[in-house]
Every structure is written in C-alpha cells, then in structure tokens.
Design a protein around this ligand. Sequence first.
Ligand code: SAH
Ligand code: SF4
Ligand code: F3S
Length: 441
Amino acid sequence: MKKVYIETMGCQMNKSDTERMFGMLAHLDYEETKEPANADLLMINTCSIRQLSEDKAFSMLGTFGKWKNDGKNIKIGLCGCVAQQKAKEVFKRAPYVDFVLGTHKIYSLPEIIKAVNNGERVCECEETHATEDDKAAQFPINRVKSVNAWVSITEGCNNFCTYCIVPYTRGRERSRQPEIIIKEVKDALAQGFKEITLLGQNVDSYGKDFKERNYRLADLLREINSLEGNFRIRFVTSYPTDITDELINTVVELDKVCEYFHIPMQSGNSEVLKAMNRRYDRETYAKIVKKVRDMVPDVTITSDFIAGFPGETEEQFKDTLTAIDEFELDYSNVAAYSPREKTVAAKWVDKYIPEDVKDERFQRLNDKVKENCLKSNLKYVGRQMEILVESFYERKGQKINTGKTRNNKTVHVPFEKDLTGEFVNVKITGAKTWYLKGEII
Ligand code: SAH
Ligand code: SF4
Ligand code: F3S
C-alpha cells in the first residue's frame, strides 16, 4: 500500500470532499497517513475564503516542495478552492506541483493519479454545470470516524455577495438528486452514524433547479426522517430570506430534525447589507428570526458577521453589535473583511477600512459574541436535556463525556464510562461561555 496525506483547510464542504477523495484513493491502494513526512502522495485541500487561508496553503505547499527538491520521491497535488481559482497559475508559482485539481472535478482523481504516476503533470479545473452524481455513486466515501456524517445536498452558490469568493470557487448552485442523497444517508446510518447534517451554502434553495420534479428541502427532511433508527438530522446553512414557513413547520413536526438554524446575517446595518448584496435589511432579518423563535421552542440561532466591510462606519458597525443583542443570537462566527480576487467589493479600494480599525472592530465583535453566548447558555441551567455523546476524554484525572443537545449546545458530563454515540438524558448544572455542564439523570 502507498501512503497518502491530505491536509484539509476551510469549511465542511472541503472536509466532505476529502472523505470522498480518500474513498477513491483506497481503490488505488493508497492508505491514509497522518504523518506528511511518511507519505508518497501529499495533497492540500485548500480554502480561499480569506487571504490568510490562501497564504497558509501556499506556505505548506512550499514545505512539501522543499522535500521534493531535496530528492524525496513524492507526488504533490493542490486541490480545493484555491486550486479552482488559480488553476495553471499554480505551476508557475510552485513548479514542483504534480497536479492541480479544482472543486468541480474531484471524481477525476483516479485518472489524475494514474497520469501523475506516469510522470505527467495535470490541471483539472474546468467547471461542470451539472452535478457529477453518477460518478459519485460509484465510489464509497471514507468517512472520518465520528458521530455525525456530513452529506452535501447542494454544491455552489448563486448569490454573489460582494465580498465572497465561493460562487467563483464552487460555481453555480446545483442540487444533488434525492435518490443519491438518501443512499448516502442510509449508508452512513448502516455504518453507525447517529447524526446526519445536510450541507449546502444555501440549503433552503435545494431543489429550485429541478426542472422535472417539485422536491424541496422539506421533502428531503420528511423522507430522511422516515428512515428507521434513532438518529438526529440537521441542516446548514440557511439564507435568511429563503427560509420558508413550510421548512420551519417541518422542523417542528419531524421528531428527528433538531431545533437549530444557522442564519448568517453578516452585518446589522441595512446600508452595509445592501452594499454586500444580501437580499434583506435589518428589519426583514428581525422578522425571520422572530418567526423562527415563535414557532420552534428552544431553538438555537447562530450567525456569521464580517467586521470592517469596505466603507463601514463606526455607527454602522455598532448596528452589528446591537443586532447580536437584539436578536439574542446564541453564537456567531466572526471574521475581519479580507478582499478577494474577482469579487465586487475588492474593487472598492478607496473604501477599505485600515487594518488597525478592522482588527479593533473584530475584537469588539468577538467580545460581544462571547457575552451573548454565556447569556444564552445560562438560560438552560436547571433544565433536563437529551445529549448525543460525541467524545470521551480524561482531564485532570476526571473522565468526561462531551455531547450536544438537540439545539446544538455542547455539554460536558463527568462520567466514568465512554458513552460516545449514545443518547443520554442530563440535568444542566452550570454554564460557561462555550459549553454547559451536566449530570446524568
Ligand atoms: N453561504 C454562507 C457563507 C459561506 S462562507 C452564507 O451565505 O452565509 C462563510 C463565511 O465566511 C461567511 O458567512 C462570511 O461571514 C465569511 N466570509 C466570506 N467572505 C469573506 C471575506 N471576503 N472576508 C471575510 N469574511 C468572509
Ligand atoms: Fe458566499 Fe453569499 Fe453564497 Fe454565502 S450566500 S456562499 S456568503 S456568495
Ligand atoms: Fe469552503 Fe473555503 Fe471553499 S469556506 S467553499 S473551502 S473557499
């Protein structure tokens, strides 16, 4: 067996692609190694959401290149979002790279590896406009051993928010066929996974592109919910204005679908939202969050925000801080704005916010997120909740099981036995910023 090392950067989409790549490589007699220095084949599955992620990829690539130049017999591949965006340019910058594989053609990996092992150099970065579902079905997925299985339901994005590179690195939105998704879900359940998370940049637009059938996210949830077994269902990410009443009702009605929505707002100010090309203003977002909260008891709502978008004034930034409070957002990912090639906002150079101001806003945003996280966690002290245990470890002589509630709160439970993969009822005894403490009842 040859050995392959894959470094995975970025979001769950990439992690999911890596699992598929391992599945394909197993067919070619490659086994995974966690030690890059021991590998015959080195791959980096890259992310380009921010400049920093792209720089990280090239820096690691440089290390691998040095090994090769020092005489090591290795093959090197650059994959993922940076690869999709840079394509052949990569060879100029890093001549030791054997193949560049974009996000659209990951099912060409077996042919690419054969060619590369014959001494060829390959760049496969063309866009596909249909999903490569037939090919997908031919390869098993080597899922990372865990409790949760990620299943992508849509690829790409049509929204073109002015800061975001994803529509350029992942292409236009394509929904995968329900039959293929259900098969992947059944396989994951048969392998013992206890939670299925449906994945897409905008899951609520699932099925909009099906010409021959009327089948949407709510239909998919119903079908998965009807499968046998005790497991949970989640879905991310929701675009605010695409969340339908039918979807919210489905979450309420279906026993396996959890009370959790990730609804990125990006900014709390309506003018900034307009400049970002988000299709809602502050008031509209407020209405959506209120509706979800009114209809779904104990729902957790999380969000994403960007600090220092071009032209953002101090007053506009403060609207983001007040939004987190006003909408009682349970947790938010925050990022300082990073200009990305090809995107519209990157051209507004004269409106760029100075780095120090951006960093300071980023810090204040982080502090606000932490404050609200603790506030949100404190609401649950004294309550009884069901957790699905995800991991077991020992710290300072104490054995701890860590799991998630249906509404996606992390709970630490001291208990001698490893309960990973089990559903356990706990009483919440305390709250910290990032987790709850519980006792088994
Ligand atoms: N589809 C999701 C987001 C995917 S990208 C949505 O629409 O919300 C994940 C997050 O990265 C975004 O929500 C945004 O907050 C952040 N992000 C995207 N581009 C960025 C950029 N140029 N600079 C800083 N953060 C960015
Ligand atoms: Fe990027 Fe906007 Fe698409 Fe999300 S919805 S992936 S932020 S373009
Ligand atoms: Fe994901 Fe980064 Fe690509 S966030 S879609 S891996 S640019």
